[in-house]
Every structure is written in C-alpha cells, then in structure tokens.
Design a protein around this ligand. Structure first.
Ligand SMILES: [Fe+2]
Length: 363
C-alpha cells in the first residue's frame, strides 16, 4: 500500500493523564508509615505503602505512582537498590530517600546510582515533609511532560521518515509508469507514421540536450524531452487519407490542426501525462500569436510547449523538407520572435552547433 505506514497515531493525553497523585512510602517500620500517612492526611495524595523493596516494586508496577519515598536501610533489597530499579523501569517517578543516617556516603550513592531528587532525614518536621513531597510531585509532572513530548517527537520523526519513504516509492513508481507509457505511445506513433526506427530516441536526445542548454534541471529536462516524443499523438485519430495528403483543402488543414486538441484529450486520462498533454496542446502555438489552436503568444505559451515547438520545427525541416543543416539553421533564425521563442532558439542553435559533442543520452 503506497501510503500505508506514515500515518502513525499520536496519543494526546488528557490533563488527568499527565501526572499521577499516587505517593508510595516504603519503610520496614509500620510506625513510620503510619506517621507519614497521618502528617500528609490533609494533602490530596493517594498514599500507598510497602514494607520492603520487592513489595514496593510490585506497587510501582501495579499503580501509576508519581513519587516514591523510601527508607534506605531495609532487610533484603535496600532503598537505594529499590530506587535504582524504579529509575530504570519508571524514570518519571520522582525518587526520595528517607533515612535516619544522612551520611555523605548514603547521599552520594543515592544521587549517583538511583538519581534521587531529594532527601528526608529522620526525624523530620511536618512542614519539611509536606514541602519535600510537593516538590517531588512537581518534579514528577515535569518529567512526565517531558517524556510525553519526547514520545511525540519520536512519533513525528518516524512518521516523517515513513512519509518521505512513501513519497520516494510513489515518485519512483510514477516515474516508471510515465517512462514506460511514453515509450509505448511513442512506438505507436513511430509505427503509425512509418517513422524510421529509433527516430523517437533521436528526438529525446536532442530535446534533452537543448533543455539542459536552456538552463533546466535534469529531471524537468528529461520530462520535457520524453513528452516531446509524443507531441503528435493526436495524429493517431486523424484519417490517413488526410494525414498523408500533400495538398490539403482549408477544411483538411483545420482537421490536421485538431491533432493538438485530440492529443491533449488522449493524454488527459492519467495525471502522469500532465507535461505531455501541455506539449501536445501547445507545440504549434507561435511566439507572435499566429499559431494554433488558441493563438497564444510569448510567455502565455507554456515553456515546455515552446521548447517542443523548436524541436518540432527542426524535425519538420530536417525530415520532411530534407533541408541541409546550414539551411535549417538559416530558416529557423528567420522564425525567431515570429514562430519561435528567440532565447530558446539561440540555445537550440548552440546545441546543434555543438552536436559533435555526441553525448550518449538516450531513452
Ligand atoms: Fe504537431
């Protein structure tokens, strides 16, 4: 599926999802747990408690905890190891140490290993306890918000990468479809008009060099060059007896002129032919407004159509009129600012003068 992977869902949290009001207290002494519960009774926290490290970890895993306050000295898993595990599993849980020791060694280990954000030393004052817990919940809110922002940023980066990949795939696919379709249509024209084999390749190569000389980027130049090979596709719908006639009536000339509109209609079936149908419609418009089908002039004529007009004129003089190269150039110069865009014509003549370059540019 072309655009199947880039539309990742981004979860936008509700305000109540942003942070937790759950406080987990861990101490192996029940009276400590009871004391803290009592002193925080007027605060709007939901208080959980555990008497050792393993049961505290279970609480962390079962509940959305915002702050954990743990004693350091406990049987089995000590408080710092517990808080270090919490840091690894739930990094946005604010970690506090409750200790009766308060030594430098404990503080250093708690900061370096468990990256705790604060200490509460036994005995504590009720005011100090409430302030420490409040600060811890603020810290938790900030951490969680930053985590959400980081997640969203990661989602956006991945979505952008998926989108870029899809665009590349789509672009490559369109390029292949366009190129194969143009080649098929050009071959049909070759057969219908009994053109020499590989004539279309020659038109493509010449137009490509011409476009590059005129200053176009390669991708656009190649698109115009390919599209120019099918500029006369409307002729497929012109009766052969009119198409192959040497001397046509005024009505027959009008029918022939209609190959521009017929070509535009044929190529209107697929968006990949946008350039080709622009050229099919406009390659007989003239710089001075004397062309057909609409009599547009100057820059009103799309650049691609003006380029194709130069190539088409050269092709007509060379293949149909059988003029010598020097006579072709002379004849085309006389069309400057009349039939042909003068600046483009100069670029084209330069390309023809340097045709000995013999660049290997083919379909
Ligand atoms: Fe034509």
């Amino acid at each position: 599926m072309l655009f199947g992977n880039y539309s990742r869902t981004i979860h936008v949290p509700m305000a109540e999802e942003l942070y937790s009001q759950n406080l987990l207290i861990v101490d192996d002494e029940p009276r400590i747990l009871h004391s803290i519960r009592r002193e925080l009774g007027c605060e709007r926290y939901h208080i959980l408690s555990a008497h050792d490290g393993p049961s505290a970890l279970q609480q962390i895993r079962d509940h959305d905890v915002g702050v954990i306050l743990s004693d350091i000295s406990m049987p089995g898993m000590d408080g710092i190891s517990l808080l270090d595990t919490v840091r690894q599993e739930k990094p946005d849980v604010a970690r506090l140490v409750l200790t009766g020791y308060g030594t430098f060694e404990h503080a250093e280990r708690a900061i370096n290993q468990a990256q705790v954000m604060g200490f509460l030393t036994k005995p504590w004052s009720a005011e100090r306890l409430r302030e420490t817990i409040r600060n811890a919940f603020e810290y938790h809110k900030t951490e969680r918000l930053q985590g959400i922002i980081r997640d969203h940023h990661t989602h956006l980066v991945r979505s952008n990468q998926d989108l870029q990949e899809s665009i590349r795939e789509q672009s490559t696919r369109s390029e292949v479809i366009f190129r194969e379709s143009i080649r098929t249509l050009a071959r049909m024209i070759e057969l219908h008009e009994s053109l020499g084999e590989k004539r279309v390749d020659g038109i493509h190569s010449l137009t490509l060099r011409f476009c590059l000389k005129a200053g176009l980027e390669y991708a656009e130049a190649d698109g115009i060059a390919l599209s120019t090979t099918v500029r006369d596709i409307g002729n497929l719908l012109i009766p052969d007896e009119i198409l192959n006639k040497n001397h046509r009536t005024a009505r027959e000339k009008k029918i022939i002129e209609g190959h521009t509109i017929l070509g535009h209609r044929i190529l209107a079936a697929d968006p990949v032919f946008l350039m080709a149908r622009t050229i099919a419609l406009g390659h007989h418009e003239c710089w001075n407004g004397s062309g057909y089908p609409f009599g547009r002039s100057g820059d009103e004529i799309p650049l691609a159509a003006r380029i194709a007009a130069v190539v088409d004129t050269h092709n007509h003089l060379e293949q149909n009129m059988r003029l010598r190269p020097q006579d072709i150039v002379k004849c085309m110069k006389e069309m400057s600012s009349k039939k042909l865009d003068p600046e483009l014509l100069n670029a084209f003549i330069t390309v023809k003068a340097n045709s000995a370059d013999n660049l290997s540019l083919h379909l």
